[in-house]
Design a protein around this ligand. Sequence first.
Ligand code: HEC
Length: 155
Amino acid sequence: MPKTTLAFAAALSLLTGLVRAQDAAPTEAQLALGKTTYMTICIACHQPTGMGLPMVFPPLTKSPYANGSPERFAAIILKGNMGAFTVDGKPFNNIMPPQEAMLTDEKIAAAMTFVRSNFGNTAGPVSPDVVAAARKKFADRKTAWTQPELDAWKE
Ligand code: HEC
């Protein structure tokens, strides 16, 4: 390939990256995969509505954990949660099992993106790279997160 073509390709991919980073709308394909993943896995506990079940499963509607830090949300899905948990002023004390062995980075990112753009939520999409990085960063972590740990989250 001539040098000019290479330089052009590099500039183009840089430009596409920049445009993509600013584009806050999830793709149809990611939303579709996210819906399938949510409706297969998360639905059992968080319900088709994302409202959860009082006293048992917390809501994902307007949840700071779903809408906030993508790294933290990815970590929640990878490792699960346990112990006393208050969401939207309502108490929970249950266990969310880790999903890291079951779900690929792509499926986790898609499920996150689906949750973040449904159930009254309006947060932006999440790329599989974020999940891959969290998976690597917390590779040695064997236990589920507690709410105090999640609330003190620093990226
Ligand atoms: C087997 C039941 C179960 C499944 C499956 C499950 N969760 Fe959970 N999830 C829970 C429970 C229980 C908690 C709260 C744990 C506690 O009480 O300490 C929780 C907490 C959360 C939280 C933090 C609290 C909140 O309401 O914002 C998020 C975010 C979350 N789950 C997202 C998901 C997503 C997305 C999936 C699917 C990829 C999923 N969960 C699958 C049971 C489940």
